[in-house]
Write a protein that binds this ligand. Structure first.
Ligand code: ATP
Ligand code: MG
Length: 593
């Protein structure tokens, strides 16, 4: 027996006006349709309809986890400091976690993720290779003091996560576990019913090797991913390792020479000047001929700071997210006036490899884009105002302290896999929302916390782990975002808060009596009905509400009942069918199953 949710008593208020703080369509609609209510930045209450969607998503996730033999448990959200101290994350997380102190002065945190706890519980209970492989998971509330909580439950400071871990003896075991979870994730995302892509990912906070993200395709997403138009390569931009060219010979390159280039602090002004004063005979100068230096101040988890110079081709910008991924766990900010004041040797707008680098005057670590390979020729600042060096050859005239993947990745860039395999595929770019992240964690946490078991020969071996996360609360917003239309929410059937939205219109008692009966029969057949039984509300308002709430099938009982028919509408396509009263229950049962 399923439920009948009666609009006359359901705890919901639909709103005509958009909430003032909502910049993303799904956020606007989830609030207007009475699914969620805000309590504080990034902290939301789930109202009955919203909670139903959330629970359905959790149920789909739970089923698939159970089906691959992962076992559910539940950790507390309130956690002691010590395990996080042992792995270094108490410090590493910085401002990213909520910390609190108990009455005795002991430190606690609200769990942002639970690797430590999973590792320790296995260490606590297991000691032999015979106990492995093992996989365990929980669906639990997490807390992160996100710098930019955003778009309602899309990026919350309190949110739900399913986090699962696999424990294996060796790499082959980990590979098998990873594949099992990956397959389960594909089944989960297929069931959720919206468009997603699987992309290579940066393992980020967790370290580890193989790593993939499941992204919902969405313009409003904060992740940019690229896809090859020729092969099946797809990656989050954070994880792209660009196709670096091979070193070139510089035997016939002229010696580097400094030139006056007045008033050229920007790449654009420099290129114009070069073409006027130093025209090339093969082709005009372009922005990518210049070597641009971008200065940052890194802050390490222990609070120490470090200056960093990044060299990129002049037509590229430093991409915040790629830099973030490359310098993790440090954070960064751009150089300000006070930082330049600390470095009088830097000629702002005219800096170059002559002064940057640990062995040069500034002592600032200088990392360059992988395109700046040996033999490539550049125009760079001469470290004197109004002057640049031409024919500056990498490997001959300067050597950086290392490489860094931080330059932006763009549509049209060569696909790194195709380049490696001798093809000429190019990348296209799109935006998405990270919904799930699976990766091979390896032995990082097992090492830090001493998770070892005895192998067949009685030798202690460190266990290798996989980590598999999915965000059900974020999924509510991401699915809404991916499926909504001009009229309102438009849920895929598997996650909708009800199977049918039954609307009784008019004031005729016969209409309401028939609607009551149909609602009860549907419920008895396992169909969840959202029943608009409100007597004093106009049909117009009821239809608007039905469109806004987004239940996939709308059933209208009203005027046509006199002719013995009931209207069945598809919320997504707007298609309407007249169904005989006597057949409507069977018709709907078939439709929703
Ligand atoms: P993001 O890059 O979006 O901050 P993340 O990489 O920090 O996410 P993970 O640590 O991999 O996220 O967490 C696993 C899953 O938990 C994510 O794929 C996402 O679905 C969900 N999640 C993470 N942070 C949030 C959040 N602030 N609000 C809602 N869901 C979240
Ligand atoms: Mg992630």
């Amino acid at each position: 027996m399923s439920t009948v949710l009666r609009m006359s008593s359901l705890f919901v208020r639909t709103l005509r006006d958009d909430p003032a703080d909502a910049e993303v369509p799904s956020h606007r609609l989830l609030v207007r349709a009475g699914y969620i209510r805000r309590n504080a930045p990034g902290i939301y209450t789930w109202l009955p309809l919203g909670l139903r969607v959330l629970r359905r998503i959790e149920a789909i996730v739970r089923d698939e986890m159970d089906s691959i033999g992962s076992q559910e448990l539940l950790f507390p959200a309130l956690l002691p400091r010590e395990p996080y101290e042992a792995t270094g994350r108490w410090t590493e997380y910085g401002d990213g976690i909520f910390r609190l102190r108990d009455r005795k002065g002991a430190d606690y945190l609200l769990g942002p993720t639970h690797e430590e706890m999973f590792t320790l519980v296995v260490k606590d209970l297991y000691s032999s290779y015979k106990d492995l492989p093992l996989s365990i998971y929980q669906i639990q509330t997490k807390y992160r003091d996100e710098a930019r909580p955003r778009a309602g439950v899309l990026r919350g400071r309190e949110f739900t996560m399913k986090d699962a871990y696999s424990f294996d003896l060796d790499d082959a075991g980990l590979d098998a576990s990873y594949q099992r979870f990956r397959d389960a994730y594909i089944r989960i995302f297929d069931k959720l019913g919206f468009e997603y892509v699987i992309v290579h990912a940066h393992a980020g906070a967790m370290g580890g090797s193989k790593s993939e993200e499941f992204l919902a395709k969405a313009e409003v997403g904060e992740d940019t991913y690229v896809r090859c138009t020729r092969c099946d390569y797809a990656a989050n931009v954070e994880a792209v390792q660009i196709a670096a060219p091979s070193p070139v010979s510089y035997d016939d390159a002229p010696a580097a020479h400094a030139e006056d280039t007045p008033d050229t602090p920007t790449i654009e002004s420099l290129v114009t000047m070069l073409n006027q004063r130093f025209p090339r005979h093969d082709r005009p100068w372009v922005a990518s001929d210049a070597l641009k230096s971008v200065l940052m101040v890194l802050t390490h988890p222990d609070g120490t700071t470090e200056d960093l110079a990044i060299g990129v081709p002049g037509d590229r910008e430093v991409d915040q997210k790629r830099l973030e991924a490359s310098v993790y766990p440090a954070s960064f900010r751009p150089f300000g006036d006070e930082d330049f004041a600390r470095h009088p040797e830097l000629a702002k707008g005219y800096m170059g490899p002559g002064v940057l680098g640990e062995k040069n005057a500034s002592k600032i670590r200088f990392l360059v884009d992988p395109r700046i390979v040996q033999g490539t020729r550049w125009v760079a600042g001469a470290d004197l105002h109004n002057s640049h060096v031409l024919d500056l050859v990498a490997g001959r005239d300067f050597t950086a302290d290392g490489e860094i993947e931080a330059a932006d990745v763009r549509a049209g860039d060569p696909c790194p896999v195709c380049v490696a395999e001798g093809r000429d595929g190019v990348l296209e770019a799109a935006r998405g929302i990270e919904m799930g992240h699976i990766f091979q964690l390896g032995r990082k946490f097992a090492d830090a916390l001493g998770l070892q078991v005895l192998d067949e020969n009685g030798k202690l071996v460190t266990v290798t782990m996989g980590s598999y996360g999915i965000g059900p609360s974020r999924a509510v917003a991401a699915i809404a975002e991916n499926t909504l239309d001009d009229l309102g929410l438009c849920w895929p059937r598997n996650v909708a808060p009800a199977d049918v939205h039954l609307v009784a219109t008019g004031t005729d008692d016969h209409v309401f009596a028939t609607a009551d009966r149909i609602a009860r029969q549907l419920a008895a057949d396992g169909v969840t009905v959202l029943y608009d039984d409100r007597q004093k509300v106009s049909p117009g308002v009821k239809f608007k509400d039905a469109e806004l709430l987004g239940v996939p099938t709308i059933v209208v009982i009203g005027r046509n009942l006199a002719d013995g028919t009931i209207e069945v509408r598809d919320r997504r396509t707007g298609d309407r069918e007249e169904i005989q009263v006597d057949h409507v229950v069977n018709h709907l049962v078939r439709l929703v199953s």
